[in-house]
Design a protein around this ligand. Structure first.
Ligand code: CA2
Length: 144
């Protein structure tokens, strides 16, 4: 089973500031955690991070008929990007949305998620473990 994990803008800055919201772990720790999950679960996992909305749209389009599941943390684009929502709809690949923080308990502008309108599940406030939970969900639901 092939899974694509996508991280949006500033996720590569994890651990550098705002540890009270996002924790002390770094982006390198996140990459390692996902690689470890791939090895333990015998999954082919590709990781992609970009600060650019169009690059994320391009990556989703490229995954058409090549990927069995998508885990996506669109970061700030969560709250603005109809383009990422439309890209997910266009490839029709099962997707799970992840947020490191509990967005429900934060500012009102974080209460809407456009990509989340396509995703079949959203995991929030679980820290980096949310990515592992999302991967395990896709394996359980669609693994082959
Ligand atoms: O909780 C999440 O995972 C978010 O997707 C993270 C985004 C935020 O805009 C979303 O509302 C919720 C922010 C990404 C990381 O931003 C940083 C800010 C300061 C220091 C390091 C990273």
């Amino acid at each position: 089973m092939k899974i694509l994990v996508i991280n949006g803008p500033n996720i590569n800055m994890l651990g550098i500031r705002e540890p009270g919201i996002y924790g002390k772990q770094t982006f390198a720790d996140l990459l390692s955690l996902i690689d470890k999950t791939a090895r333990e679960e015998y999954l082919d996992i590709e990781q992609f991070q970009s600060n650019h909305e169009g690059a994320i749209v391009d990556k989703i389009q490229e995954s058409y008929k090549k990927v069995d599941g998508i885990v996506i943390n669109p970061a700030a684009y969560t709250h603005t990007s109809v383009a990422i929502l439309d890209a997910l709809k266009s490839v029709a690949i099962p997707a799970v949305e992840v947020h490191i923080s509990n967005v429900d308990a934060r500012e009102s502008f974080r209460q809407i998620s456009y990509p989340g309108m396509y995703c079949e599940k959203t995991i929030k406030g679980q820290g980096l473990d949310g990515y592992r939970q999302a991967i395990l969900y896709l394996k359980e639901a669609y693994g082959k």
